[in-house]
Design a protein around this ligand. Sequence first.
Ligand SMILES: Cc1cc2nc3c(=O)[nH]c(=O)nc-3n(C[C@H](O)[C@H](O)[C@H](O)COP(=O)(O)O)c2cc1C
Length: 293
Amino acid sequence: MNRLSGSLRKAKLRIMKDLELRKLLVRCGWNEIVLDLDGDGSADVCFSDERGDGDIDTIAIDLTGDGEFNLYLHDADGNGIPDTVLWADDGSEELELLAFGSGVERELIDIGARVRNLLLAEDFLNEEFNMSLTDLSGFMKEHLAELIEEVNKMVNAEGIDKVACFLDKVGTYYLATMDEDGKHPRVRPFGTSLLFDGKLYIQTGKVKNVSKQLAANPYMELCAFDSESEKWLRITGELINDDTIEVKRAMLEKNPGLKAMYSAEDDNTQVLYFKDATATFYSFTEEPEVIQF
Ligand SMILES: Cc1cc2nc3c(=O)[nH]c(=O)nc-3n(C[C@H](O)[C@H](O)[C@H](O)COP(=O)(O)O)c2cc1C
């Protein structure tokens, strides 16, 4: 048990290191994690929680190293042991049922050549990480939430960057808030934006109606259009006041023209960050791209 937890720790460090190095590949959504364990840029193992109960129920492995998963171990009853094993010779298009029934993992031994591939997967894990498929599955179960959180952070970091760059590029966006009577939407041009400490900020003056409206009702929508790419962006969510002097200073540094009217220490300057925001990029030709941050 000690030897096992030692090797799991080692593997965890490796995986977390890879997360930092962005060698982890992410596919499909929050409930699927694809790992590039050897860091060669191609996916090796995929863990997914298709039931959505926080436990891994499918492990897919790229045994041939061609970037396609060809071995799927599926644990339908959630007992931690794969009960369906699917194999595809050529990527994941045509899957063949190798075995079915609880506890099949060990009973595959007599299926001949194809089983070699399962054993190869074990060998790879054994040699590289000193762990078996079952160990790895257990490890992933234990750390799934943590990994998903890391993955989400990475995905968000990339997403929020893209949103911030778009706002910088277009220069002007249109911010809509609701009037305090709750009946009249108000929209006006805005231009400030700043990525600071992982959050996306905008700037205004507390004396403005827009500020009073957001204080009464933080829900807003903004829209911006980039004529060069013919893409437009909508962000919906909340805007939350932040009185930290450092952010205000950074905002004024980024927009030095504002210094004639605002200073980080005055009572008027206000910066607000997006909370629970959904940014959607649209175009005439592509499917919308949604980014949450
Ligand atoms: C191109 C452009 C960019 C602007 N950017 C901002 C901004 O980032 N922050 C701001 O408070 N006002 C900005 N303004 C001014 C606001 O649009 C203006 O003060 C507006 O009246 C505020 O809305 P309100 O009257 O509902 O408070 C900008 C105006 C223009 C024309």
